[in-house]
Each structure stands twice: as C-alpha cells, then as structure tokens.
Design a protein around this ligand. Structure first.
Ligand SMILES: Cc1cc2nc3c(=O)[nH]c(=O)nc-3n(C[C@H](O)[C@H](O)[C@H](O)COP(=O)(O)OP(=O)(O)OC[C@H]3O[C@@H](n4cnc5c(N)ncnc54)[C@H](O)[C@@H]3O)c2cc1C
Length: 317
C-alpha cells in the first residue's frame, strides 16, 4: 500500500484531487498533526474520505494515476519520519464510522470508527469478547490491521470476517479462511491464496457472546484501571514501541533490566513508568526517536543477546 519513492504529485493531478475533494484535501500536510507521537513530516496530499463509494473512487483513481497511498487510522501506532510521506495519505476517521448489531451475537463496524466506541457498543448490547480492547486508542480498521491486543486477547479472537477494497477498487469479503493472524499482524488473502494485504479494510464483523452489561462494565472498569496504572500518561507516544520477543520476558522488562528507563535523545525519552514506551516530551523529532530506538536495541542486545524489533510502524522518507 505504501510505496516509498521520489515522486511528487503533478499539479494537474493536484487540481483533479482538489476538484473532487475540495476542503477535504490538503497538500504538504504535517503528519505530526495526525499521529499520537506528534512527529512526522508532510504528506504530499492528505485526503479525508466520507463514504465507501468515495473510497472506491479514490483507490481506483490513484491506481490509474500510478500514485502510492497510505491509510492512516487514528495514527496511534505510527512513527512517520521527518521528511514525511510521498503520495496520498487517506484518512477515514471522520467518515465510515457506523456500528450495527446483526442478529443475536454479531456486530458490524465500519473501519473508520473508534475502537473504544465499538467496545462500549458491545458492552451496552450485552455482548462479550471485546473488553480486552478497551483503552486501545485508534480505529477499528487500524486495530484489525495490527491485530491489536491486550490482556492475552486480540482481534483474532473475535473477528469473523472483513470487507476490503482491493488495490484495483474491487470490494471483497474475506472470512477466517483468508485471514492469517499473528502477533500484531494480519495477512489477508483471497480464495486463490492471492495476497490482499495492500487493501483498504472498510468493515469488520465481530462474533461475540451474550453476557450481562453490568458484569461487562465491571470487568471493563477494572481493565481500564489496570491500564491507567501501568502506562505513562501526559506525554505523546505510540504505545508499546517494541514487540515482545517470542516466549521470553516482555520487551519492557528487558529494557528495564538493561538500564533503559529514562534514557533520552532530545525530547524523546524511554518512559520512567513503562520501559517499552518511548514518549515525546514535547519537541522530539522522528530522528530523535529513531536514535533512541537504536540505543535501546543496542543496550538490550549487549545484555541479553536479543534484538528487539519495533512494534510501531515506521513509515515515510
Ligand atoms: C497510549 C497507547 C496505548 C496503546 N496500547 C495498545 C495495546 O494495548 N495493544 C495494542 O495492540 N496496541 C496498542 N497501541 C497501539 C495502537 O493503538 C494500535 O495498534 C491501534 O490498533 C492502531 O490503530 P490506528 O487506527 O491508530 O492505526 P494507525 O496507527 O493509524 O495505523 C496502523 C497501521 O494500520 C494500517 N491501517 C489503519 N487503518 C487501516 C484500514 N482501514 N485499512 C488498512 N490498513 C489500515 C495503517 O496503514 C498502518 O499500517 C497503543 C497506542 C497508544 C498511543
């Protein structure tokens, strides 16, 4: 979906985009304004789409004009480099947010809606299965794409199927047989095994089980309290920075034991509360964060001979 390149958008194409999207398209839009890390240089173009037909139109138009695109959800798992993103960044945070109940235990949610709104909807309808996700910021689409998880649960436990827009603009429904989940990752393929990972997720359907709203609320409150107590608040971040290594101590514990807590490059700092959070204390650049990432990786490697891999998506030039 995201293709790095030196291409910029020619003025004729910019004009066409402007004519179609009016004030919903911005050029040279700072990505720092669209990520919870509050860093990231300009996207060549940033479009907010409001409905599915517009998304299909845009995906087709971009293919015809050979322009790369990148979907941003809530921007809560992204580290965008300081030179920004070439091509078109597409946001659907302001549209495509509907949630509906289907039958007794199924919920459908459009990808641009808030994950927390979906979790609350499930609680209010007495449907269990999504409480693990309460407090994870971002959109439904981003959570599906990242197989977001917490408290030993993740999207793979509850996701029944998705609807996607393929890079050629076709709509496809993909059920469990085409969804390969792993830790913070999802591969999507069609019935013939064709890779559809570069598609736009437009909707997710979730299979849940009945439980009383009161007991779900009680569980939700306790999970949210535990989240609040363990995570840093008050500074910008993208959540856990590194993936937990397979079958080993958590990345946070390894960083802590390697003396990483509090390490700092410019305004980028390893949180003193949770060592797997890198926080932006105000004016950090992506470069600061990437330099700090290297320092932390080196410290952990030196002590444990383990290479930590980033969980955040590092994108852009
Ligand atoms: C304070 C904090 C706490 C967090 N806690 C957790 C946690 O407990 N567990 C956890 O798993 N994560 C956590 N995160 C990380 C993040 O919130 C999740 O990964 C979240 O699901 C990302 O959703 P998003 O909409 O922000 O996606 P973005 O960050 O915008 O994008 C992430 C990726 O998904 C892709 N994407 C987004 N939407 C779509 C779409 N519709 N179609 C196709 N691709 C799409 C993007 O292109 C990108 O590659 C935390 C982050 C923060 C800031």
């Amino acid at each position: 979906m995201f293709l790095a390149g030196v291409m910029t958008i020619q003025s004729e194409l910019k004009k066409q985009l402007k004519n179609r999207f009016f004030d919903r398209i911005r050029f040279d839009e700072p990505m720092a304004a669209h990520t919870t890390f509050r860093v990231g240089g300009p996207a060549d173009a940033f479009v907010t789409v409001t409905d599915e037909s517009e998304m299909i139109y845009l995906v087709k138009w971009l293919k015809e004009n050979d322009l790369p695109f990148f979907i941003v959800g809530g921007g809560t798992n992204l580290l965008v480099r300081d030179a920004g993103i070439r091509g078109v960044v597409i946001s659907m945070a302001k549209g495509l947010a509907k949630i509906s109940r289907q039958g007794t235990t199924m919920l459908s949610a459009m990808a641009g809606g808030s994950l927390n709104a979906l979790c609350r909807f499930a609680i209010n309808h007495g449907l269990a299965g999504l409480n693990f996700a309460l407090g994870i910021p971002g959109t439904v689409g981003g959570a599906i794409r990242m197989n977001a998880g917490a408290w030993k649960g993740d999207m793979s436990n509850v996701l029944d199927s998705i609807r996607i827009i393929c890079p050629d603009g076709r709509i496809e429904s993909v059920d469990k047989t085409g969804l390969a989940f792993s830790y913070r990752s999802l591969l999507i393929s069609d019935a013939n095994g064709r890779d559809l990972a570069a598609s736009v997720i437009i909707e997710g359907r979730f299979s849940l089980s009945p439980q009383s709203p009161e007991s779900l609320k009680e569980e939700a409150d306790s999970l949210l309290r535990a989240r609040k107590n363990s995570q840093p608040t008050g500074f910008a971040s993208a959540g856990c920075f590194f993936r937990n290594p397979d079958n080993l101590e958590s990345a946070g514990k390894l960083i802590d034991l390697a003396g990483g807590k509090g390490l700092r490059v410019g305004d980028a700092q390893v949180s003193t509360k949770h060592a797997n959070f890198i926080v932006n204390r105000g004016r950090a650049t992506a470069e600061d964060i990437l330099r700090l990432m290297d320092i932390v990786q080196e410290a952990v490697f030196k002590k444990f001979n383990i290479t930590l891999e980033p969980e955040v998506k590092i994108v852009g030039d």
